[in-house]
Design a protein around this ligand. Structure first.
Ligand code: 5GP
Length: 174
């Protein structure tokens, strides 16, 4: 199957503006505290870079690779393929995600970090597809809501390609 980029939904400028606005909220919400950003590889890379540059807090960064398999139960099965390297106990974890779709992955990750003694755990997602939700997850910090479309670019892939596009566009399959 051939894939091309269809409609551009969000330009680099729009995304960076949202990252800036959300970072401002995070700066206010965590004033006087430190944050521990955990980016979900590989998709959140570009969004995380935009966000972290706008933070004025003591900030640590780490990465996790989790994959979800949607079984018959509503929350699915999540495997951690690469764990974080630091210790999150007593820390304010913010999971930085590219897109929340069914919510399966994040539902498990929220639990995972709480179980490891994090002081707080929130989500900062670039995109959100609420119509697809299966697990009860709603990001406190969210860039844009989109309809049920498959999108690529700005970190998001189709078969590992298109992550380098400097915008988010709709994937057109032919
Ligand atoms: P969830 O566990 O919320 O169903 O899955 C979230 C993950 O699915 C995202 O981190 C992303 O890797 C992938 N995903 C969901 N929707 C899209 C999409 O529209 N485009 C791309 N490229 N990946 C998506």
């Amino acid at each position: 199957m051939d894939v091309t980029v269809g409609k551009i939904l969000f330009t680099e400028e729009q995304i960076r503006e949202r990252a800036k606005a959300l970072a401002k909220k995070i700066n206010e919400d965590y004033k006087g505290e430190s944050v521990y950003l955990v980016g979900t590889l590989r998709g959140a890379l570009v969004w995380m870079a935009d966000l972290m540059k706008e933070l004025e807090l003591n900030t640590e960064i780490d990465f996790i690779v989790a994959s979800s398999y949607q079984g018959t139960d509503t929350t699915g099965v999540v495997t951690i393929k690469k764990d974080i390297e630091g210790d999150v106990s007593g820390k304010n974890v913010i999971i930085v995600e590219d897109i929340v779709d069914t919510g399966t992955t994040l539902f498990k990750l929220l639990d995972y970090f709480k179980g490891r003694g994090a002081k707080s755990v929130e989500i900062c997602s670039m995109l959100n597809k609420p119509s697809r939700r299966r697990a009860p997850v709603s990001p406190k910090y969210n860039g844009f809501e989109i309809d049920d479309l498959f999108v690529i670019g700005y970190g998001l892939d189709y078969n590992q390609k298109f992550r380098n596009l400097p915008y988010v566009g709709v994937a057109e399959l032919r």
